[in-house]
Design a protein. Structure first.
Length: 136
């Protein structure tokens, strides 16, 4: 039977009560074990984090390309003039839902950059082909 008295674990053994505190060595052993477990867990966490960013970037670029294809179809169906066609990266946000780029995707100096630093270029929309985003 174990009882707690004044913050120290005590065991009742027959009629004697003996108390034993946690030694410094035992505490260090526990800390080393925790450090070893953290050492195994952190690299896996960072690998998963990098894979998640890569998947998010690929999904965002695929979503933008799908929106560009839909805009192309819309421009052909409505016979929109060439001034409405997608020919600049600043036009991309205008065709997307809520008129903004997906999280992690930025436009800078006429280039599209994802959160991992990969750069993409825009091929302009023409009468016979849709605008697309392709890696450099």
């Amino acid at each position: 039977m174990i009882s707690i008295r004044r913050g120290v674990a005590c065991r009742l053994w027959s009629s004697r009560v003996w108390c034993r505190a946690l030694t410094l060595f035992e505490l260090l052993v526990v800390l080393v074990m925790i450090a070893i477990l953290v050492g195994f867990a952190l690299p896996r966490y960072y690998d998963r984090q990098a894979a998640a960013k890569e998947a998010a970037d690929i999904t965002a670029i695929d979503g933008i390309n799908a929106a560009l294809r839909l805009a192309y179809i819309d421009h052909r169906m409505t016979e929109a003039p060439a001034s409405f066609w997608i020919d600049d990266v600043t036009d991309i946000a205008n065709i997307l839902h809520h008129a903004r780029l997906p999280d992690g995707i930025t436009c800078a100096d006429g280039r599209i950059i994802d959160q991992r630093g990969n750069r993409y270029r825009l091929t302009k929309e023409t009468a016979s082909s849709t605008a697309t985003i392709e890696p450099y």
